[in-house]
Ligand binder design. Structure first.
Ligand code: UDX
Ligand code: ADP
Length: 453
């Protein structure tokens, strides 16, 4: 029986291992973490993260061939394949602060593997890491090897939160990078066999280590770039009277562009996009490629611009001040169907409004009040450390909002600012609201109150 151990029971490690366990009943999968509350939650009825379909998958195999444990060393020692899925925050101090990935957690995991291993291991990079991390890990392991053979593979995860289970069940592709040596190829084959239980062979791509590591950063950079491109267009749409949804539809019909991931928004969030682009930028700079670095930096600049543009729109439409005005913020997570607030644009929007002394009330059915308080108090880049726990689960009640009632209780003029283009703007206008939708033709009121950048 093949034994798999995954270090790190987070958003990536938890769901990925649960799906491997459910699809491969003959493989024993143990997910380990240094955080006891996290492991306790994985062993309870209230899982530490909310993902549609995750409960069912965990229930189907927990205690059968899926286990969650804090006994990290024991399970690492027993495993044939070790996935490493620990956090890789952006460095907040020292060399590369604000850009480079902090590999502290990775390094300590690698040193622990070297300490406790007594048999050959395949070590799989699952969390996104800078290109050439495998080489560093290989050095730590081989310099402390005691004659044990380690093969390092890069197997980046492409799942998106909110659709993790769906993405894991039917991935567009699985990517496995390894050394181009006989031992390396053997290790790639061993991991390929795991995925082949449910992923068609033609969807399993094998590459060299560096291509796999870079592909993950490149994929996230391309996706984020698409959003910044459409968001840049949304500003121009508002200035010209074009409608960004129509523009997205029209360009998306070009099969070379494609229709997905073209929704204008208040900006992208989540734990990956910004972090990975900053990382990419740092790698470019370190490799003497400042032009390439600046190119990718611009994706983040437009994202920041989009968030402040939104705040400016709110403030300017209310006579350039929101001081003491009551603002209700609906939704706080970085996207729908998740309780994850890492890098959510809502943080910047709320901080912007609070900075202008608004009275802000925030509601998200998936996010606790404590989490929101913590996020608003946190400094940039401090979010990706293990203390950032997410004890969230879906709220049972999904309320429909009665906009007429809301309107009746508001001071006039009453405004709705839609950062996701999800409300029925026409219906709200009929009730009497002034509505701002990103990238859509502006109401007369908003045209008369230009946002000051
Ligand atoms: C992303 C990648 O999609 C995934 O492949 C990778 O493994 C991790 O990073 P995730 O961050 O979970 O996944 O969510 P994603 O659906 O990509 O959304 C990221 C952000 O972009 C969200 O804030 C979302 O609201 C925003 N977005 C997405 C838009 O603003 N417009 C779009 O059209 C799509
Ligand atoms: P991701 O979104 O990449 O899955 P998370 O922050 O959700 O990241 O999860 C990473 C997990 O890794 C955390 O639960 C953290 O406690 C765990 N972790 C970090 N370092 C170690 C380590 N050395 N050993 C075991 N678990 C670790």
């Amino acid at each position: 029986m093949v034994k798999i151990c995954c270090i790190g029971a987070g958003y990536v490690g938890g769901p990925t291992m649960a799906v491997i366990a459910v699809k491969c009943p003959a493989i024993e999968v143990v997910v380990v973490d240094i955080s006891k509350p996290r492991i306790d939650a994985w062993n309870s009825d209230k899982l530490p993260i909310y993902e549609p379909g995750l409960d069912e998958v965990v229930k189907a195999c927990r205690g059968r061939n899926l286990f969650f444990s804090t006994d990290v060393e024991k399970h690492v020692a027993e495993a044939d394949i070790i996935f490493v899925s620990v956090n890789t925050p952006t460095k907040t101090r020292g060399l590369g602060a604000g850009k480079a990935a902090d590999l502290t957690y990775w390094e300590s995991a690698a040193r622990m593997i070297a300490d406790v291993s007594k048999s050959d291991k395949i070590v799989v990079e699952k969390s996104t890491v800078p290109v050439k991390t495998a080489e560093a890990i290989e050095k730590i392991l081989t310099h402390n090897s005691k004659g044990i053979n380690y093969q390092i593979l890069s197997n980046p995860e492409f799942l998106a939160e909110g659709t993790a289970i769906e993405d894991l069940f039917k991935p567009d592709r699985v990517l496995i990078g390894g050394r181009e040596t006989p031992e390396g190829r053997k290790a790639v084959q061993a991991l390929k066999e795991v995925y082949a239980h449910w992923v068609p062979e033609e969807n399993i791509i094998t590459t060299n280590l560096w291509s796999a590591e870079l592909s993950k950063l490149a994929a996230n950079a391309f996706l984020a770039q698409r959003i910044s491109s459409v968001n840049a267009m949304s500003a121009l749409c508002e200035a010209t009277g074009a409608n960004v949804s129509e523009v997205s539809y029209a360009i998306g019909k070009d099969s070379r562009i494609g229709p997905k991931f073209l929704n204008a928004s208040v900006g992208f969030g989540g734990s990956c996009f910004q972090k990975d682009i900053l990382n990419l930028v740092y790698i470019c700079e370190c490799n003497g490629l400042p032009e390439v670095a600046n190119y990718w930096k611009q994706v983040i600049k437009i994202n920041d611009y989009q968030k402040s543009r939104f705040v400016n729109r709110v403030v300017s439409s209310m006579f350039n001040t929101v001081s003491s005005k009551k603002v209700a913020v609906l939704g706080f997570a970085f996207k729908k169907d998740t309780g994850d607030t890492r890098e959510t644009p809502a943080i910047d929007v709320c901080k912007g409004l609070l900075g202008d002394k608004a009275h802000v009330s925030i509601y998200d059915p998936e996010v606790t009040e404590e989490q929101i308080q913590r996020d608003l108090a946190m400094n940039k880049f401090d979010w990706d450390h293990p203390m950032h726990l997410q004890p969230t689960s879906p709220s049972a009640i999904k309320q429909e909002l009665d906009y007429q009632k809301i309107f009746d209780n508001m001071q006039k003029p009453a405004f709705v600012f839609d950062g996701r283009n999800v409300v029925d703007a026409e219906k709200l206008r009929e009730i009497g609201f002034i509505v701002y939708s990103i990238g859509k033709p502006l109401d007369a009121w908003l045209k008369d109150m230009p946002a000051i950048a």
